[in-house]
Structure formats: structure tokens, C-alpha cells
Design a protein around this ligand. Sequence first.
Ligand SMILES: Cc1cc2nc3c(=O)[nH]c(=O)nc-3n(C[C@H](O)[C@H](O)[C@H](O)COP(=O)(O)O)c2cc1C
Length: 331
Amino acid sequence: MADLRSELNIKNLHLRNRLVLPPMAREATAGDGLVTERLLRYYAEKAAGAFLGLVITEHCYIMPEGKASPGQVSAASDEAIPGLRRLTDTLHSCGVPCVCQINHAGGRAKQSVTGLPSAAPSAVWADGTHFSDRELSKADILAVVEAFAAAARRAKDAGYDAVEIHSAHSYLLNQFYSPLANQRGDAYGGSLHNRLRIHFEVLEAVRGAVGEETPVFLRLGSIDDRPGGSELADAVEASRLLAGAGVDVLDISGGFCGFVLRGREQEQGYFSFVSEAIREAVSVPVILTGGVTDPLAADRLLRGGKADLIGVGRAILQDSRWPEKAFAALG
Ligand SMILES: Cc1cc2nc3c(=O)[nH]c(=O)nc-3n(C[C@H](O)[C@H](O)[C@H](O)COP(=O)(O)O)c2cc1C
């Protein structure tokens, strides 16, 4: 059984241990989406000493309509590549491999940020909530798929070791997956397979852009933890289908409940019941993130077979020496 010190190979990617810095948006650009010195310093500080096995950098928007916040990093144009290259150089010079998370905010994008009307799988939710300005057409979906592929190609050109498709935290792909937000009557709505259809299309296009040897991660907003939302059985079946469609790593988080599970915030690895069930159903590595602050708990979760990799976010945000201290504590 693996522990926090165990190495892992995923295709071309070699991890020296199982500790992952999960994506955390820093809002550190000047509004143009380009990587700044401040952002480089942040990542250099987190990766110093190579105690992290892997860094998944914060979500980058793939097209202007999908920008989530004013300071978000861009992967939406080739102009972004030199800054992203400096970011990957920074992390590699620390000895840590890196994954680029690519995202579209869908109905969560605000016109005040993008200057454009928002679009989502459905403009209105099952409960009548008005979520977005308009519903995505088939042509819009095609454009989104192509934008994911173009962003993945830019990430690869910038020197990233892998890419991660963001389908969590109620952003666009999660909006398709969640029965709360997806009310479509066409081939992209209804059954779980239909709600995952855009994922399969994005995966195929991203694979075409990065090639067979570059790992493709997918962050799954596994359960909504809301009445009528996605549940554990959906998450397990979705993971099985996504792994079958070529996802190399499943990164497990929450969906419309966000990254925190209500009432269980104090639990170390509060999504572990989900990651464990998924891990039993797939043969690709599974990342568990959420609530881990204690290195002994991280090690225990791995030894207990709850996941293959452990993400530690806010604890490392608060203390850049957490990874170093963690390995010291493990002895
Ligand atoms: C400030 C902040 C920004 C975040 N940004 C992202 C993001 O860009 N992409 C993402 O998938 N998750 C994001 N998350 C969620 C984290 O990756 C992680 O799942 C969450 O913090 C729970 O893990 P933790 O308890 O170890 O912090 C963010 C979390 C925080 C606190």
C-alpha cells in the first residue's frame, strides 16, 4: 500500500511523492490574464525544496466568455504562453512537475468581468433559479470543445507536464454533469451519459492536442450534496466512464456544494468516502482533496486505500513550509 513518500509514474510524469498542491486561484494578474512576478514568487515559495510531489496550478480560462474573475490567469490566447512558460520554468527549477488546470466558468461568468452575456447548459435550473443569460447552442458547445483543446495545446507549449480539465465547483462542465443545472432535452442532457457527453468531446479534443503520452487529469465535482443533485452512485459511474474515455487521473472534489462538504468540514479528507468508492471502480490514480491539515492523516488516508494522491490546499496556503514539516513529522 502506498504512503505519502511513495513515488508514482503516470505516463511521462514522475512524482517523487504523493503530496499534491491543488489548484488555488490567486487573483494575481493585472486583469489581462498574464502571469506576473507576484504569481511566480508565490509558486516558487510553495515549491521550494521540492517537498511537493506535484503542483496543479490555478484554473486558467480557455476563452473570454469563460473567465471567472478579474484576476484569473489566461490560457485563452497565445499571448499567454510566455508567462505560463516562466511559471513552468519556475516550478521545474524547484524540481516539481506541474499540471495546468483549464476551465470555462459557464453560467458563473459575470458580464461585469467578461463584458459578454453568460451562457450555460440551461439558463434556468430545475428549481426555477435563473442561472445564466442564455442556453448554449450546439455551435457554442463545439466552440467550447475547441477552446479547451487550444488551451491544452498552449499549456503543453508552455512546458506543463500535464493538463487538468476542470469539471467541479459549479463551473461549465460541472453544470453539464449536475442534474440541478442541466435541464437540456437534447443529446447533452438527461441521462448521465448525455450529461457527460461534452466531457467525452473535450477529452478527445484535448487528447488530440497534447498527444498520447501527456497525462490528462479531470477534476470531478463528484457530488452536489443538495437535494436532486449528483450523488455517490453518479460519481462512481461517471468516473468509470471518464476513465474508460481516456482520463489518466481523477481528481475528486465536490460539485455544486463547492469544495467543502457541509457539516463535515472538520473531517480530514471529507470526500474520502467518494474517492474510495471511485478508486474501487477504476484503475487510474485518484486524488483526494479537502480538509487535510494533518500529515499523519494524509499518510493514513493513503495507507487505508482512500486515494492514490492527497491534495493539501489551504493548509499550504497558510504555511508554505507545511510540506517540509509534514515529511519531518512522518520521520
Ligand atoms: C483561495 C482558493 C482558491 C481556489 N481555487 C481553485 C481553482 O482555481 N480550481 C479548483 O479546482 N479548485 C480551487 N480551489 C479548491 C481547492 O483546490 C481545494 O479543493 C479546497 O481548498 C479544499 O482543499 P483544502 O481543504 O486542502 O484546502 C480553491 C480553494 C481556495 C481556498
